[in-house]
Ligand binder design. Structure first.
Ligand code: CA
Length: 412
């Protein structure tokens, strides 16, 4: 992946992340006006262009006739993240009780399929389940925007037209080859779709027909989706039998300021530095080399190997990769396993689970704040209401949903 690709992926991943975390899908800003004649002229030009050479005129016409542009995706393309979440807030939402319970049920239900997938790809079942849970909440959050409409709009307007033209052509090729029905091809505003949240071009690199019906259906076939996830990780260099990494204990006074996931050293070198597992046991030999990752100074530290990098490549975010890693550990662990890392995060105000977000919203509604329904999505209206309550209570008015505010509102 070259630097431009990486930057683009990070940008798209951050915006896609907003959807995964329950931030609002609608933009607050007014969408730009689009001239239908200009859109139609652009589509006409695309039809004969090199990027669309694999698309027949019939396919193109079938899916673009009477197509209107969707200007709201252009607002989302330009949206800057206005709210930076600390790593513990990501994990509180992405690895909460509900998702671990759903993950354990999925792990049990799809065990034999997952074992077959592991035989073919080397990717451990719990890792596939971890990705599935974080990417689409086990197939429950696929995104509802029609892909052809979003990608056609982004191909003709906005900052990244060349990139989106490739994705638009791939989306039409998916339809042309009959992998997914047109009315099922919906996803995020940027074109990630299905239970694996692949971009259309990723589909052609990694999607697999695992149930043998001749179609690679990552929307409606769980076996296809799980095998495609594993194939993506295998393509990214996943190593059979290796763990993603583990939480470690640093020796007292250890200088971790230069820690990086990417700076891999042999486990023997880390052992010589005095690092142990979080419970003090010696570092195992299951990981030949690893990088040290310290997401927040004073918080938990991790040694992470090549397989963690494959999780990173899924979303270009270390916080996301850590959520997948932690979820994968928990879905395969005994039910009594603690959710938290051995070393707590350096905060006295931890983040909220999705259930707690809903409870917070219910309490805000009861206090008369007009925030719509208690859907667990912490959007702009909820943040404004949080700020008002924080001001009233004398808390720092940053609009963040945390345990301190929830506790204060529960007290009344
Ligand atoms: Ca299939």
């Amino acid at each position: 992946m070259n630097q431009i690709d990486r930057t683009r992926r990070v940008h798209l991943a951050l915006l896609a992340a907003a959807g995964l975390l329950g931030l609002p899908a609608q933009a607050q800003d007014t969408p730009p006006a689009i001239d239908p004649a200009q859109f139609s002229a652009c589509l006409n030009e695309l039809k004969g262009s090199q990027a669309f050479r694999a698309i027949t005129p019939g396919t193109f016409a079938q899916h673009t006739a009477n197509l209107a542009a969707d200007p709201t995706v252009l607002v989302l393309l330009n949206r800057q993240p206005e709210f930076t979440m600390p790593v513990w807030d990501y994990l509180a939402v992405l690895v909460d009780d509900e998702r671990v319970a759903d993950g354990r049920a999925a792990y049990a239900r799809w065990q034999s399929t997952l074992q077959k997938i592991e035989q073919q790809t080397g990717v451990a079942p719990q890792v596939v389940v971890g990705v599935w849970g974080v990417e689409s909440n086990f197939g429950q959050n696929l995104g509802g925007r029609p892909l052809v409409q979003s990608l056609a709009t982004l191909s003709c307007f906005g900052r990244r037209q060349a990139y989106f033209r490739g994705e638009f052509a791939s989306a039409l090729r998916i339809l042309q080859e009959g992998h997914i029905a047109p009315d099922k091809l919906s996803g995020s505003w940027a074109g990630a779709f299905g239970q694996t949240q692949f971009m259309p071009s990723t589909f052609f690199r990694s999607a697999v027909d695992f149930d043998g019906d001749g179609r690679r259906d990552i929307v409606d076939s769980v076996p296809d989706a799980l095998a495609s996830t594993a194939k993506f990780l295998q393509n990214a260099g996943y190593r059979r039998g290796e763990p993603w990494g583990f939480e470690v204990r640093l020796p007292a006074g250890y200088d971790s300021s230069g820690a990086s996931r990417k700076t891999k050293r042999p486990i023997t070198a880390w052992r010589a530095d005095g690092l142990t597992l979080a419970d003090g046991a010696p570092l195992p030999d299951s990981l030949p080399s690893a990088g040290l990752m310290v997401p927040a100074r004073g918080g938990p530290a991790f040694l992470v190997g090549r397989n963690f990098d494959t999780l990173y490549s899924y979303n270009a975010s270390e916080n996301y990769a850590l959520a997948i890693a932690q979820l994968s550990n928990l879905v395969a662990a005994p039910a009594a396993t603690p959710m938290a890392f051995a070393q707590p995060w350096p905060t006295d105000d931890p983040g909220l689970s999705r259930a707690q977000n809903r409870e917070l919203q219910t309490l805000l509604l009861a206090r008369g704040h007009d925030i719509g329904s208690a859907d667990g999505m912490i959007g702009a209206k909820t943040r404004e209401a949080i700020k008002a309550e924080q001001q009233r209570l004398g808390h720092r008015a940053d609009g963040r949903a945390g345990q301190k505010l929830l506790a204060a509102l529960r007290r009344g």
